[in-house]
Design a protein around this ligand. Structure first.
Ligand code: BEZ
Ligand code: FE
Length: 298
């Protein structure tokens, strides 16, 4: 007869689950139960606190819709999404530019713009030029690589946050020239708060965190036979660059806008320069983690 207590229960659960036919599911659930039980023991989780946790996760589920994924936001603010990205980077056959979070504001079918074109429909502040190269890991330019861009405007809003996203704006796709060079015009984006009107926002506020992401521009870069790159560049002078709420910032992804860049292709505008490196294609699947919230809702 089993005689379970707060210590032996962990191995009893593991034993029951050990017949799982799928070896990876078996490994994941075994580790999950060990860590979950150790967590409950470590904090001596009370029944009331356990119920609070259940209520919180229920609210996270209810806040999730085909266009809003509150569980991914939870993963983001706990640093899990950034950790999963880092683990995915470690699987790469070659080390390219570091990845960063895709975030919830990516949209398929961004408008094609010509080299040097603007991704802003109605600019009302001075534009900046963003330019550089897309290369392989030896520094050789990749002709025709596609550079997809999305960002907030100078007020910190994505197009999806205006008029229900009726107009595609502050996003576009440029194709590199034969030497792998790209450039486009844009506005300097403003940092913004992650959505704080749901259960994850309540948690972030209870933790006395500011909830902001520093000013950044998102990129999705692709070329045949190369690993798709999902990343973002962060403006180093933003007040929140050291305390991003979703832990997407890395030192190698910091940029600045310069008024005196001698190499800029558009001399009248401030310029931001960055070269992206793509590794060779590997078979570990996409880096577009959570690109489609609708796909996560049954
Ligand atoms: C973003 O950068 O768009 C983003 C990422 C994670 C949570 C919220 C926004
Ligand atoms: Fe963003």
């Amino acid at each position: 007869m089993q005689d379970l207590n707060e210590t032996t229960i962990t191995d009893a659960v593991r034993a029951q689950m050990s017949r799982t036919a799928d070896p990876r599911l078996c490994q994941i659930m075994d580790a999950a139960v060990r860590h979950l039980h150790n967590f409950a023991r470590e904090v001596t989780l009370t029944p009331a606190e356990w119920l609070e946790g259940i209520k919180f996760l229920t609210a996270v589920g209810h806040a999730s819709t085909p266009i809003r994924q509150e569980f991914i936001l939870l993963s983001d603010v706990l640093g899990l999404s950034a950790l999963i990205n880092a683990l995915h980077d470690n699987e790469a056959a070659e080390l390219g530019t570091q990845t960063s979070l895709l975030g919830p504001f990516f949209r398929e079918a961004a408008p094609e713009i010509s080299l040097g074109g603007s991704i802003i429909a109605n600019p009302c502040v001075p534009l900046v030029t963003m330019y550089g190269r897309v290369t392989d890991t030896t520094g050789r330019g990749i002709p025709g690589a596609t550079v997809e861009i999305w960002q907030t405007d100078e007020h910190g809003l994505y197009d999806l946050q205006k008029d229900g996203g009726a107009q595609m704006d502050m996003r576009g796709r440029v194709r590199c020239d034969a030497a792998g060079n790209y450039h486009f015009r844009t506005v300097r984006p403003l940092g913004y708060s992650i959505p704080l009107d749901g259960p994850v926002g309540k948690l972030v506020q209870a933790q006395e965190r500011h909830g902001f992401r520093p000013s950044h521009i998102h990129f999705l870069i692709a070329a045949p036979n190369h690993r798709e790159l999902v990343t973002a560049l962060y403006f180093g002078d933003d007040a929140h660059v050291e305390s991003d709420t979703v832990f997407g910032v890395s030192a190698s992804l910091i940029v600045c806008a310069r008024d005196d860049d001698p190499n800029t292709p558009i001399p009248d505008l401030a310029a931001v320069q960055y070269d992206f490196r793509l590794g060779r294609e590997a078979s570990q699947g996409t880096g577009r983690v959570g690109a489609d919230p609708a796909a996560t809702v049954a």
